[in-house]
Design a binder for this molecule. Structure first.
Ligand SMILES: *Cc1c(COP(=O)(O)O)cnc(C)c1O
Length: 362
């Protein structure tokens, strides 16, 4: 068996140790004689799996006691709609920072349902830097401020957490950067993330929210939309994505026990990103347009100086065991996603390949 290096933006690489453990437990979960996939979500066994996952996530991120953790479905995209339903029950205008494709999708969804005020935007710098803090202009009746911590497609990442008046909760889509480093959860009202980048397999979405915000929901929303209903039911208003929840739990254990926590993970991620950006900056063939302070650790887009080389680059990379380097269809070029489960050796292999490709095509 050969495992290649997978730079996919999502669904993305999972730690080999996690896949091996899942394989070992697949047919017979710890002597119970059945698979986690076949268990009742109401069983004692699954309850233990679910609670352990939450406990480990709380440990990793040092989530304060007045925050709830929800394990939901629908992806980050459903959060674009659930969020306004849950935070606009008392009126007010949702505020957004626009830094690219994902924040724009969140804004468009809010506008379909309600309205949205753009408090700051990166459109005037061509999405190459996030707005500086002093450029954020809230509306008078701001119900919350939403931003995208890491723009997965543009490769643009916030280098700071916005400061807000105390009565305006900060909301962040951290789908592609959660768990990549330590985070001060107490600065946020709501954090959400689709699992398929840095948490686990697709089909699960993690929401972390401050418990006083549970009271702000609109009365007219479907029960599956309601943070409050989900929170009261332990994320089991209906059948949750049990296997994805279990795998996420294994990833949390891997981060705690094998990596050594998020500070250790951050050291590795910083090194991985720095090495790749340095290789890009030193080359004549590759370039990345993002302001260095906002370059994403997790998603590194780059273009080749000559577009005619793209097809050959991708083909030869694949032959070298370097998968999924094609950029998003909306921007073209290449993108290497360096999530937690992509090992440092994978990044070194990519850099070696890029240098060799440049040399051969000079
Ligand atoms: C992938 C991604 C999404 C969309 O996630 P889905 O789970 O497909 O809905 C939203 N926001 C960001 C930042 C993402 O990276």
């Amino acid at each position: 068996m050969t495992r290649h290096y997978n730079f996919c933006a999502g669904p993305a690489a999972l730690p080999v140790a996690v896949l091996e453990r899942a394989r070992d437990e697949l047919l017979d979960y710890r002597g119970r004689g059945l698979s986690v996939m076949e268990m009742s979500h109401r069983s004692a066994e699954f309850n233990e799996i679910a609670e352990r996952a939450e406990r480990d996530l709380r440990d990793l991120l040092a989530i304060p006691d007045n925050y709830r953790v929800l394990f939901l479905q629908g992806g980050a995209t459903l959060q674009f709609a659930m969020l306004p339903y849950n935070l606009l029950g008392q009126g007010g205008t949702p505020n957004y920072i626009d830094t690219g494709i994902w924040s724009k999708k969140a804004i468009d969804e809010a506008k379909r349902l309600f309205s949205a005020h753009i408090a700051a935007s990166s459109r005037d710098n061509g999405l190459s830097a996030v707005p500086r803090p002093e450029a954020i202009a809230l509306s008078d009746d701001a119900a919350y401020l939403h931003y995208t911590g890491n723009e997965t497609i543009g490769g643009l990442e916030f280098d700071y957490i916005p400061e807000l008046p105390e009565d305006v909760p900060l909301v962040c889509d951290l789908s592609s950067s959660i768990l990549s480093r330590p985070l001060d959860v107490s600065r946020f009202g709501v954090i959400y993330a689709g699992a398929q980048k840095n948490i686990g397999p697709a089909g699960l979405t993690v929401v972390i929210l401050r418990d006083d915000l549970l009271e702000r929901g609109r009365a007219d929303m479907p029960s599956l939309f309601s943070y409050q209903a989900m929170s009261e039911a332990g994320s089991m208003v209906n059948t949750p994505p049990t296997y994805a929840w279990y795998l996420a739990g294994l990833v949390f254990q891997w981060l705690k026990n094998e990596v050594g926590g998020l500070a250790a993970m951050a050291d590795i991620n910083r090194r991985k990103a720095q090495k790749l950006y340095r290789a890009i900056d030193e080359s004549q063939l590759y370039s990345n347009p993002i302001d260095p302070v906002n370059r994403s650790w997790m998603n590194v887009p780059f273009v080749l100086a000559e577009e005619r080389l793209n097809a050959g680059f991708l083909e030869q990379a694949e032959q070298a065991g370097l998968l999924n380097l094609k950029g998003h269809r909306s921007v073209g070029g290449m993108r290497a996603s360096l999530y937690n489960a992509v090992p440092e050796e994978g990044v070194e292999a990519l850099i070696g390949f890029m240098r060799e490709f440049e040399r051969k095509n000079a």
